[in-house]
Design a protein around this ligand. Sequence first.
Ligand SMILES: NC(=O)c1ccc[n+]([C@@H]2O[C@H](COP(=O)([O-])OP(=O)(O)OC[C@H]3O[C@@H](n4cnc5c(N)ncnc54)[C@H](OP(=O)(O)O)[C@@H]3O)[C@@H](O)[C@H]2O)c1
Length: 323
Amino acid sequence: MRAVLMRRNGGPEVLEVVEVPDPEPGPGQLLVDVSAAGVNFADVYQRQGTPPYGGELPAVPGQEGVGTVLAVGPDVEGFAEGDRVAWADVPGSYATRIAVPADRAVPVPPQVDPRNAAAVMLQGMTAHYLSHTSYPVASGDPVVVHAAAGGVGLLLTQLVKLRGGTVIGTTSTDRKGDLARQAGADHVARYDTFLDVVREVTGGAGAAVVYDGVGRTTFDHSLAALRRRGLLVFYGASSGDVPPFDTARLAAGGSLYLTRPSLPAHIATRDELLKRAADVFGWVAEGRLTVRVGGTYPLSDVSRAHADLEGRRTTGKVLLLPE
Ligand SMILES: NC(=O)c1ccc[n+]([C@@H]2O[C@H](COP(=O)([O-])OP(=O)(O)OC[C@H]3O[C@@H](n4cnc5c(N)ncnc54)[C@H](OP(=O)(O)O)[C@@H]3O)[C@@H](O)[C@H]2O)c1
């Protein structure tokens, strides 16, 4: 089989495609033929070696995908050869084959296109917990979604709208702004003006919640955009991490709240994983959540996929299609 291997941390050029032996499905595992692997910003941090994502080397990156079960290991119940499954938070997904722990595998309903399934496992379940758990958006809430045309951003914008919130989305270009609007964003702004837009839309009160996956370049304005006792959900740092933070700023801003959540803590049990995946797949099947696969790349173009994601040239989901 073929896999992307990373022997050292660095730029996109450290990703190479190599031949490796097929994995054996051990106890509790499924051997899966991968038809699409998700590319996520966390894979960029892992490649760069940014803590806490670095990990041991050499490594096969990627943590999300969809595929067909080729063989079932010992002590597995409920899965059979030929089943279509998807997963998130399973290392080693940039490969033609992978051993997936059965308790992390989610059956893909026949109504959901396999590529769309791969596209929503990580970013869709993230959008789910952000809008339903970190801050359960209520009707009429003014909500900021940064990078609204990105993988998480387009899905999160739609879920906030499904819950009745008003979305102020940020993007870097007009084209991305159009995509955010198509996803339902009520207002679209650039990063240097969104604070003014929030104040205008809320009559000076501020946003109920800001979902910030951009980090260094947005953090200060995200805090400033909150209403009294508002919540900053700081869930990623695509522009770089935020310097050490003086918690007195939360009091000065009006008793603000800050959280830095992660997906694994929101799908830690099998019940929670299946519930979030079922909700997301259900919305996709019903046409209430539209999936945008903005770019597909063969495994051999993995370096270009990473360069495009880091270079802000992608929209929606980026997928690798192992050939
Ligand atoms: N905590 C969690 O559970 C969790 C789960 C999934 C993802 N995340 C985080 O969510 C964020 C979005 O992830 P994603 O995979 O959906 O990526 P993405 O949003 O598709 O891509 C990143 C976007 O960030 C924006 N951006 C702003 N400043 C940037 C900069 N200096 N360099 C690169 N991009 C910049 C760009 O959009 P514009 O060009 O429009 O600015 C870019 O397209 C990432 O920080 C990721 O780590 C967190």
